[in-house]
Write a protein that binds this ligand. Structure first.
Ligand SMILES: [Zn+2]
Length: 219
């Protein structure tokens, strides 16, 4: 056997855990928890470069919003390995760069590995749009709108670093004030209004994630 054949793959589907979240488990101290945080914003995407394992979580919520989060989280996988410049940053600059990269990377991976799902999501989106349920023109436009707002929410977290010597609750209250200032309450209200009343199909979502993972493993 050549060395290439005997060498185990660095990543494999067996070492990826995929979990679905059915309720919001974020712990939010102080005034932060008073915002109407939706289940659909909760997800996770992480890679353990040591043992080659990956972990992804997606929300069981309304279809378009849940897809947006799942696609974003897929963008986090292997991102620092593929773009080492992300590791060079520190503090909020690092968080912002990682989040920004995950939004772009996740979308590119999704459209490459799941063109048919994108097409059917866009068709479904148009159907709801015509019924007047969605003001956005397309699923991609909704994705970009959430991307912009999510990044603004990351950016304001600089107050947590600036006030890092203060007690946790006080820092969280400072963050809550910042979030209020940039209009997060309006964003979350409008976000909730983009629910169409159709919950994601867990099995279909798992198929989409698996297809994307195969693409990510081969990158
Ligand atoms: Zn993220």
């Amino acid at each position: 056997m050549s060395e290439k054949e005997s060498k185990p793959e660095r990543y494999s589907l067996d070492r990826v855990t995929v979990e679905m979240r059915t309720e919001l488990t974020w712990e939010m101290p102080g005034k932060i928890k008073e915002f109407p945080w939706p289940l659909e914003l909760q997800g996770k995407g992480s890679t353990n470069e040591q043992d080659g394992s990956m972990h992804i979580e997606f929300p069981k919520g309304d279809i378009f919003l849940s897809f947006v989060t799942a696609i974003h989280e897929l963008g986090h996988l292997r991102q620092e390995e593929l773009k080492p410049a992300l590791k060079a940053k520190t503090g909020i600059a690092r968080d912002f760069a990682q989040e920004s990269d995950a939004w772009e990377r996740g979308w590119k991976r999704f459209i490459k590995s799941n063109p048919d799902t994108l097409k059917s999501l866009e068709n479904k989106f148009q159907k709801y749009h015509k019924q007047g349920k969605l003001e956005f023109a397309s699923f991609q436009e909704l994705y970009q709108w959430i991307q912009q707002n999510a990044l603004r929410m990351v950016e304001v977290q600089r107050v947590l670093f600036e006030g890092s010597k203060k007690p946790q609750e006080e820092r969280m209250n400072m963050l809550a004030d910042e979030l209020e200032k940039i209009g997060v309450r309006d964003f979350l209200t409008r976000y909730a209004e983009t629910r169409v009343g159709e919950i994601i199909d867990e099995q279909k979502m798992r198929v989409v994630i698996k297809k994307t993972l195969k693409h990510i493993i081969a990158e």
